[in-house]
Write a protein that binds this ligand. Structure first.
Ligand SMILES: NC(=O)c1ccc[n+]([C@@H]2O[C@H](COP(=O)([O-])OP(=O)(O)OC[C@H]3O[C@@H](n4cnc5c(N)ncnc54)[C@H](O)[C@@H]3O)[C@@H](O)[C@H]2O)c1
Ligand SMILES: CC(C)(O)[C@@H](O)C(=O)O
Ligand SMILES: [Mg+2]
Ligand SMILES: [Mg+2]
Length: 352
């Protein structure tokens, strides 16, 4: 473990230097990793593990679109691609990567397959933390661990292929064999994490649900929509409103934040912009803080988890989700965005 000072607070992290891939392969040398579910995380984690030299199989519902995707990605039915039941039987490490609602539905099958000595791996603290709502209570004689990549499975794979690494958190829920720690770190390195920081199942799920509902996904769309609306009502064109709300942020300013922090991005803007941003950011903080607090409280009391379980356990949940995504796509702001994306010079080059 390397001790890293995060803004004045020291934390333990695991890097690839201290726990190299060779060591991870050694820890996993006699294990068969069964990745159950081939949605978003399933492909990213399993393909990275395979390319890193681990012994991986996939368990997925036959006849589903995800099964076809697995075949297209090179997994071979009967050799490395199986029904969920068969993969559970063959695997010694069970990477449970169905959707969180799917995990509840399939839990009785998984539980029955968890013979002593097997390891149960999650990428979210959801199922085990909200056990009274999910019914997911692992048997006492298996190791239960978590590696949660902090980003989309799509990014996990893309960054791996670019030689980069998304960071992940890791946690141990249950250490039945005394080897849970080396297993979780080996798998974290194996799935392509840049580095690993330690957490608990409960902290992972509380922070993850807050983050995705907050600044990462929910709040950002809300703030974009509010500013775009004000600009449009004041007579600005869609292209102007979109550029001043989204395009400049994603294309010009966020890469500077990612590179060297907010002050660096500010420093690369005019003194006029800096004066305004420094004057206004605290107003936005104060206006949104109560909403973030409400969000965290709803997560911590379980209401948010319950809403997600109720919505995503419906047979036709995809229909509703797709309609809501379409509503976003069809909004003027995101239609303007589609036109703006096409106008990027590099888009022209791709099409040419
Ligand atoms: N999406 C991400 O990038 C991401 C990032 C970090 C963590 N996670 C976590 O990883 C886990 C997997 O998430 P995901 O987004 O990859 O899942 P997903 O929504 O893409 O679904 C994964 C698979 O679950 C299968 N599935 C759903 N319901 C099922 C059922 N009742 N029976 C059998 N199969 C069923 C689907 O066919 C699909 O292949 C979750 O715990 C999630 O919170 C996801
Ligand atoms: C990619 C995210 C938002 O970080 C993940 O938490 C998810 O649920 O998909
Ligand atoms: Mg999440
Ligand atoms: Mg997340």
């Amino acid at each position: 473990m390397a001790i890293i000072n995060f803004g004045g607070v020291e934390e333990n992290v695991v890097t690839r230097e201290e726990f190299p891939l060779e060591k991870a392969r050694e820890v996993m040398s006699s294990e068969t990793i069964a990745v159950i579910g081939y949605g978003v995380q399933g492909p990213g984690q399993s393909l990275n593990l395979k390319d890193n030299g681990f012994n991986v199989i996939i368990g997925q519902r036959q006849g589903s679109a995800s099964w076809d995707k697995a075949v297209a990605d090179g997994w071979v039915p009967g050799e490395t691609l199986f029904s969920i039941e068969e993969a559970l039987e063959r695997g010694t490490i069970i990477q449970y990567l169905l959707s969180d609602a799917g995990q509840i539905a399939v839990w009785p099958t998984v539980k029955a397959a968890l013979k002593p000595g097997k390891t149960l791996y999650f990428s979210h603290g959801f199922g085990a933390t909200y056990a009274e709502r999910t019914g997911i209570v692992p048997p006492k004689d298996v190791d239960v661990i978590l590696v949660a990549p902090k980003g989309s499975g799509t990014s996990l794979r893309r960054m791996f292929l670019e030689g980069r690494g998304l960071n992940s958190s890791f946690a141990i829920f249950q250490d039945a064999t005394g080897k849970a720690r080396e297993k979780v770190v080996a798998l974290g390195i194996g799935v392509g994490s840049g580095y690993l920081f330690e957490t608990t199942f409960k902290k992972e799920v509380y922070s993850d649900l807050t983050g995705e509902r907050g600044t990462l996904m929910g709040a950002i769309q809300g703030i974009f929509a509010a500013q775009y609306d004000v600009l449009r009502k004041a007579g600005h064109s869609p292209s102007e409103a979109f550029n001043e709300t989204v395009e400049e942020l994603t294309q010009s300013l966020m890469p500077l934040v990612a590179e060297n922090g907010m002050d660096w991005m500010y420093a690369n803007c005019s003194t006029t912009a800096q004066r305004g941003a420094l004057d206004w950011w605290k107003k936005f903080r104060d206006a949104t803080q109560p909403v973030f607090q409400e969000l965290y409280d709803e997560v911590a009391c379980g209401n948010e988890a319950q809403r997600s379980i109720d919505a995503n356990s419906k047979d036709d949940y995809r229909v509703g989700l797709e309609a809501e995504l379409k509503e976003l796509q069809d909004s003027e702001m995101w239609r303007a965005g589609a036109a703006v994306r096409k106008l990027r010079p590099e888009s022209e080059k791709v099409e040419a």
